[in-house]
Design a protein around this ligand. Structure first.
Ligand code: MN3
Length: 203
């Protein structure tokens, strides 16, 4: 069964005014769909065709060389965007609560510090890529970034919050102002989903 575009868990206009409807329509309907189409094309007829996406991008060395770059880019794009839609929600944002709030405080000292570090990681990603909050193999939280559509899964970490800093994620509303987009993005962070992902990552 080919990989499918997961429906957005809210309307295209639901993240207004922070993320605009036109961006969401293009981003989900065209960009994510294009990663999917290219991923499906790459794995069609191979032994990897039916592997779940997380498994596929976690062990890229198991992917035959001829399609490894395609799986890394388009499989990564599919995995990253699937997470991205889920860790945002309308009427969300603000300070985290629950286990993620405790983990952030014990790791970074405060939510404000995490916010600064993740914003800086996303700002500092030269060109296209992502900023991440991940859970390492040891269960510890860390902030990181990746270029292009690389996923932390390929480096052995589990992403529980990610922000897309490709220009297609913000250019229509924010043009070149990545900092302004990032500041706005914190208003749509879905902490209850991040809590769920933290729980799953720590098993
Ligand atoms: Mn994107």
């Amino acid at each position: 069964m080919a990989h499918q575009l997961p429906p957005l868990p809210y309307g295209y206009d639901a993240l207004e005014p922070y993320i605009d409807e036109a961006t969401m329509r293009l981003h989900h309907g065209k960009h994510h769909q294009a990663y999917l189409d290219n991923l499906n094309k790459a794995v069609a007829g191979t032994a990897l065709e039916n592997l779940p996406i997380e498994q596929l991008v976690t062990d890229l060395s198991a992917v035959p060389e001829g399609i490894r770059t395609a799986v890394r880019n388009h499989g990564g794009g599919h995995a990253n965007h699937t997470l991205f839609w889920q860790v945002m929600a309308p009427g969300a944002g603000g300070a985290p609560s629950g286990p993620i709030a405790e983990a952030i405080t014990s790791t970074f000292g405060s939510f404000e510090t995490l916010k600064e570090k993740l914003t800086a990681a996303a700002m500092g990603q030269f060109g296209s890529g992502w900023g991440w909050l991940v859970v390492g193999k040891d269960g510890a939280l860390a902030v990181t970034n990746t270029p292009n559509q690389d996923t932390p899964l390929s480096a052995g970490a589990t992403p529980i919050l990610g922000v897309d800093v490709w220009e297609h994620a913000y250019y229509l509303r924010y043009q070149n102002r990545r900092a302004e987009y990032l500041q706005a993005w914190w208003n749509v962070v879905n902490w209850s989903k991040v809590n769920e992902l933290l729980r799953a990552a720590r098993g």
